[in-house]
Structures are given as structure tokens and as C-alpha cells.
Design a protein around this ligand. Structure first.
Ligand code: MN
Length: 154
């Protein structure tokens, strides 16, 4: 009887863990926000601003939700950028380097003026907090879209 109860508890715990870490059911902390323009994003990406840049903090903070397959164009940040992944699975790639997988809990530093892109994996979306420091230097310089060939390359 005790064993049966213990097994039942284990099973229910496992179900709870699985529901937050697999499939397309990823968790949002912040509201979805506004759809990013097709000029700068492939697929559907939504931006929700948290801290606007001003002369005191010189730091822009917000959240982007990338639907599966969605990604930014190539771009640079004059003052750098820090990404904090709060759920889902995605990619980060600097020009000339292989793409890296990003998962919940990952922190990625994008150095100033290094050309890169970020976005969701093909099958799972991505919840990404972004911090753009040193905004007195500029926020983002947008470049060309990430082609399917680059996005799908291992
Ligand atoms: Mn970036």
C-alpha cells in the first residue's frame, strides 16, 4: 500500500515536471506584448518592455517571446546585450561561430558590436529576457534576415 502511494506520488510529480519542460507549453512570466515588425524578425516574435532606457539607468530591459521557428535578423548592440532564458529552447549565433542552444536558466552575453542573432528552436518557443546596457552608445543596429539555410544548419 505504501509502495503504491509512493509510486503514485512519483508519477504525479513527473507529470508536473514534464508539463513545464517539454512540448510547446512553455511558461510566460510577463504579458506577451507587441508583435515585432517583419522588417526585423522572421516569424512571430513579441516584445514586452519592462524598463525603458533613460539617462539615469542607461539600460533597456524587456522580454521577447519567440514562437517556434521565429528569430531576429542579424544585428549588433553598440553597448552589448545580456539574454536570460526563462523558458523554452532557442538558438544564439555570433557571425563566424556555430549556433548555440539556449535553454531555461541560460545567461548569454552578446559583446558590443558583435554581429549575431537569436530566436526559438523549430519545435519549441523561447521566452527571453533581454538587458541592453550602455544605451547612451545606442541600442541596436538591424541587418539582414537569417536565412533558412543558416537557421537550419547544425
Ligand atoms: Mn541581440
Amino acid at each position: 500500500m505504501v509502495l503504491v502511494l509512493a509510486l503514485a506520488l512519483m508519477a504525479s510529480c513527473r507529470e508536473q515536471v514534464d508539463s513545464t519542460t517539454t512540448g510547446s507549453e512553455i511558461q510566460a512570466i510577463f504579458p506577451q506584448g507587441q508583435k515585432g515588425p517583419a522588417e526585423y524578425f522572421t516569424g512571430n516574435a513579441y516584445n514586452y518592455g519592462l524598463v525603458p532606457a533613460d539617462s539615469t539607468y542607461t539600460t533597456l530591459i524587456g522580454n521577447v517571446y519567440f514562437e517556434p521557428g521565429a528569430r531576429s535578423n542579424w544585428h549588433t548592440h553598440p553597448g552589448g546585450q545580456i539574454l536570460i532564458i526563462t523558458d523554452g529552447v532557442g538558438f544564439y549565433q555570433e557571425e563566424g561561430s556555430p549556433k548555440k542552444i539556449m535553454r531555461k536558466g541560460d545567461v548569454v552575453k552578446c559583446p558590443p558590436d558583435v554581429k549575431h542573432w537569436h530566436g526559438a528552436s523549430p519545435d519549441t518557443g523561447l521566452q527571453q529576457l533581454y538587458i541592453v546596457p550602455n544605451t547612451e552608445k545606442g541600442i541596436v543596429n538591424w541587418m539582414e534576415p537569417v536565412t533558412d539555410e543558416v537557421y537550419n544548419k547544425e
